[in-house]
Design a binder for this molecule. Structure first.
Ligand code: PEP
Length: 252
């Protein structure tokens, strides 16, 4: 059975003290609610990971890095390897976020290497896919998303693919306040699941968690998550404050 997941992506926000204070406050809020029906992930900056991991005592709460290197180790100044991420206690790594694709030139080929290294080091990738506005306006969103998945993920074994979480993030909805409609989200998530089934079979497809990302918040999360193929959210802006993040978690 696939998991429901609400993952926050802090991006380049919060210093270490702010990150730790958030973690304490989130754990307190989680412990005050007996019915938390999803796994919760905090996507934090690299330098916070070990500190946050050390604080976590709630079984439903995990930490994710927001990136890792496409090389295993060596002379790559400033890079952080998947092995280093795993050594902090982080269990997940967000890969292929549209900001990394567009600002840092991350191609499908680079992302494929990152996915392999993440898996080799026991990390579960939260792999982001999604079309830009012009592609949606041209009706090419399915083709774009299918190609991103095929290029970066479809050489994996079924066992390794089973460790991937997908996050459909239409780029035009990220940080814009313009959310995909529940119908648009459901249509794309169903298409993604069908694409996975075509390659790995129905069981693997049914077991894959597919998250929605793009201006999700306390007001729209319930409706988005009520779609049969939407298994949670990757949340940017609304994950920065516990008061905004908690109602999204409680939407399940
Ligand atoms: C994101 O960056 O992954 C994201 C979904 O951001 P926001 O929720 O702010 O649109």
């Amino acid at each position: 059975m696939r998991k429901n997941i609400v993952a926050g992506n802090w991006k380049m926000n919060k210093n270490l003290q702010e990150g730790l204070a958030f973690t304490d406050a989130l754990q307190l809020a989680l412990s005050n609610h007996d019915k938390i029906n999803c796994e919760v992930i905090i996507g934090a900056p690299f330098i916070h990971l070990a500190h946050i991991s050390g604080k976590i005592n709630d079984k439903k709460l995990h930490v994710a890095a927001q990136n890792c290197a496409d090389k295993a180790s060596g002379a790559y100044t400033g890079e952080v390897s998947a092995e280093m991420v795993a050594s902090t206690g982080a269990k997940y790594v967000i890969l292929g976020h549209s900001e990394r694709r567009s600002y840092y030139g991350e191609t499908d080929a680079i992302l494929k290497e990152k996915v392999l290294l993440a898996l080799a080091n026991g990390l579960k990738p939260i792999f982001c896919i999604g079309e830009v506005l012009e592609e949606r306006e041209a009706g090419k969103q399915e083709e774009v998303v299918r190609t991103q998945i095929e290029n970066a993920l479809f050489d994996l074994s079924a066992e390794d693919f089973g460790k991937i979480i997908l996050a459909y993030e239409p780029v035009w909805a990220i940080g814009t306040g313009k959310t995909a409609t529940p119908q648009q989200a459901q249509e794309m998530h169903a298409f993604i699941r069908k694409t996975i089934a075509g390659k790995y079979g129905e069981t693997v497809a049914d077991d894959t968690s597919i998250l929605y990302g793009g201006s999700a918040n306390a007001s729209n999360a319930k409706e988005l998550f009520s779609n049969p193929d939407v298994d949670g959210g990757l949340i940017g802006g609304a994950s920065l404050e516990v008061e905004k993040f908690m109602p999204i978690i409680q939407a399940f």
